[in-house]
Design a protein around this ligand. Sequence first.
Ligand code: NDP
Ligand code: OXD
Length: 321
Amino acid sequence: MANGAMALLINSRSQNWLPERWKARFEAVCGDRPVVLLPDARLDPTEVHYAAVWKPLPGELAAFKNLRAIFNLGAGVDALMADRRLPDVPLVRIAVPDLTSRMTEYVVLHVLMHHRQELYLRQSQRDKIWEPRYQWPASAVTVGIMGLGTLGADAAKVLARFDFRVVGWSRSARTLSGVECFHGAAQMTAFLHKSNILVCLLPLTDDTRGILNRDVFAKLDRMSPLGAPVLINAGRGGLQKEDDILACLDDGTLGAASLDVFVQEPPAKDSRFWTHSNVVLTPHNAADTDADEISKYIAAQITRFEAGGTLENVVDRARGY
Ligand code: NDP
Ligand code: OXD
């Protein structure tokens, strides 16, 4: 093949993905580069130069000896980082305005849901009770965002525009207008002490696994009109200690939680996350990836790369994100 092929590997167990639609979108933007949806027994693996993947099986990419780059069809690369046989070529993650806006919608929706007492109001409606509680201004509540990367920084900016007080926490020092920024382990407690609603948009790495635990929840500020703090996690399930979340909801350390991600997805049918009155559960769709936007993003990266330019949003494998 003159133009090395693009292999599309989408784990068919992933819900909400239509592999044929992705193939059609890639074909529309890849010019004369063949786009092959795997598995395809006719494909010679040595002809593949690029792979666009979502949760391939561990070791599956090792078959492609002439790969030049791997494009993850999502922002989080934890599943790929766990593959010990991942080819040593640039690994690119998704960072596009479309995905960022979707995540910001999710964060704003859930912050407002808790701030505007929607859990109480919906229950009141079901019980036919007309008992409004005082509605405090956004400026009385501090939203703490863990992870000030592509997604966290945008959510922080939009929440600040709503007049929430916004604080953020990252690995390295960041500066964001309207956001009080903290970084590193040494500043984590100071960050937590200020946060009433804790939003987690961290990647899952060796450093962040299990970071959402009782010790962290106990340090959140309880002095806002919300009373008990609220957790919103749209990062990854592996970031959270799920028994701690349930126990903290039960004993009032946490007032409520919005969870989009879980250690096991979907959670077991008998998991209390399905039925807990203070949990808002969504099925890992805070920010879906859009085939149109992402195929264009990847095709543009390949064109630039083949013209001698650099790939953008390449994962730093030592950091794990
Ligand atoms: P980025 O890589 O742009 O940002 C990651 C942020 O986390 C950075 O600010 C980084 O710090 C910070 N961080 C990483 N490790 C640590 C640490 N040990 N301590 C403190 N801060 C840390 O990622 P994105 O914003 O694009 O995405 C974040 C995550 O969101 C993804 O990894 C994915 O898991 C999840 N996601 C979930 C989706 C869903 O639908 N639920 C959809 C899309 C993404 P620094 O700035 O110093 O590098
Ligand atoms: C992602 C996701 O990482 O969908 O993009 O979770």
